[in-house]
Design a protein around this ligand. Structure first.
Ligand code: NCD
Ligand code: ZN
Length: 353
């Protein structure tokens, strides 16, 4: 039986929601990951340090007993965000970054930024205080084809932004294109990208295989096969600019299986198994630890985890559904078999030697 033991990974891009859903989904992330960068796109969004600290307490309150899972909080950047709030993020140990959603780009992004360039004075403050900017990199221009929105965002907005702010630390979240991967590779230090498991495993055909498959719908949307190949190459390259971010984004079944289904794939139930499957498919399982457990911590200048976790190559079936508050949640690849299994997370004290 092939086993793989590695430094406990962290999830550098995660949606945990709130209320009853939070309690049911956070256990999945807490089982596998040491820490997670928690997305602020609640309704209403988390726009202040005060909101973020209150949200963090709600997360901690529903963690399973004995869990050491550490939620790293982010604030939602809006047209109204103030320089004082940026300073507070810098001064607060529990808050790590601002998340930029172009208004209308994705789920719960109505309060997002309407014109990025208008926020340049604020980005200057972020740069000065060394507060990272996490970017949902898609234009919202309805004239741009949905499959090109990441590429066009990079050309129109990200490239000029990085020129203008040479010291701002930036994460291009959930990259989905060859252009995205190449742009990150070519960019200066202090610029990184997260990659999801679903974008490593599937191309856009999965959305339309024999019918419309709403559980494969997320934003940025799955792209063509050459893009998936480029992402897999980047993730398994050992380059420290690329790190794990699941973008696990739970939505109740009725919201997904609808005439206007919403964007987001729930992957937290099998996150490491899905990444292991992708890395193994590229013959690169040996690169999983760097991508999942080392690069993100280094980017955020946090200590690497000391705990170890073990995965095993043995098949198991993903359940057809799971509970999420009063609703049903369809986990990614529901009813299918995966070939890797998460076995355990050991505390450092339990480690031999
Ligand atoms: C996310 C969500 O549901 O909050 N959806 C998604 O498709 N990824 C938002 C996001 O990260 O774009
Ligand atoms: Zn997300």
């Amino acid at each position: 039986m092939t086993q793989l033991t590695l430094t406990q990974p962290d999830d550098w891009h995660l949606h945990l929601r709130d209320g009853a859903a939070l309690r049911d989904v956070v256990v999945d992330s807490a089982r596998q990951f040491g820490r997670a960068i928690v997305m602020p796109n609640l309704k209403p969004p988390v726009t202040t340090v005060e909101d973020a600290l209150a949200y963090r307490q709600r997360i901690l309150a529903v963690l399973p007993e004995g869990s050491a899972f550490d939620p790293l909080m982010t604030l939602y950047l809006t047209d109204q965000t103030t320089a004082d709030e940026v300073r507070r993020v810098d001064d607060t140990a529990e808050t790590y970054a601002f998340k930029l959603y172009p208004a209308g780009a994705t789920t719960n992004s109505e309060a997002g930024v309407s014109q990025l360039e208008a926020l340049y004075p604020l980005l200057e403050v972020m740069e000065r205080h060394d507060v990272p900017l996490l970017v949902h990199g898609e234009v919202t221009d309805p004239g741009i084809d949905i499959f090109d929105r990441e590429k066009v965002f990079i050309e129109r907005h990200l490239s000029p932004l990085l020129e203008r702010f040479p010291c701002l630390r930036v994460v291009l979240e959930h990259i989905t294109t060859r252009e995205g991967a190449e742009f990150i590779l070519d960019s200066r230090s202090g610029v990184g990208a997260t990659i999801t498991a679903h974008h490593l495993l599937f191309n856009r055909n999965a959305l339309l295989a024999g019918g419309i498959r709403p559980h494969f719908y997320c934003l940025p949307i799955l792209k063509r096969e050459p893009h998936r190949q480029a992402l897999l190459k980047a993730a398994t390259s050992g380059n420290p600019k690329f790190f794990l971010g699941t973008d696990s984004a739970p939505h109740a079944r009725q919201q997904k299986e609808s005439a206007c289904g919403c964007a987001g794939c729930y992957t937290a139930h099998a996150a490491l198994e899905l990444y292991a499957t992708a890395f193994a498919s590229a013959g690169a399982i040996g690169q999983l630890e760097a991508f999942a457990s080392l690069h993100g911590a280094d980017f955020y200048r946090l200590p690497r985890n000391t705990r170890r976790i073990t995965l095993e190559q043995s098949p198991w079936d993903i359940p057809d559904w799971q509970r999420c508050g009063d609703e049903e949640l369809i986990p990614f690849l529901a009813g299918e078999t995966v070939q890797w299994r998460f076995i355990s997370a050991e505390s450092p004290a339990a480690r031999p030697g």
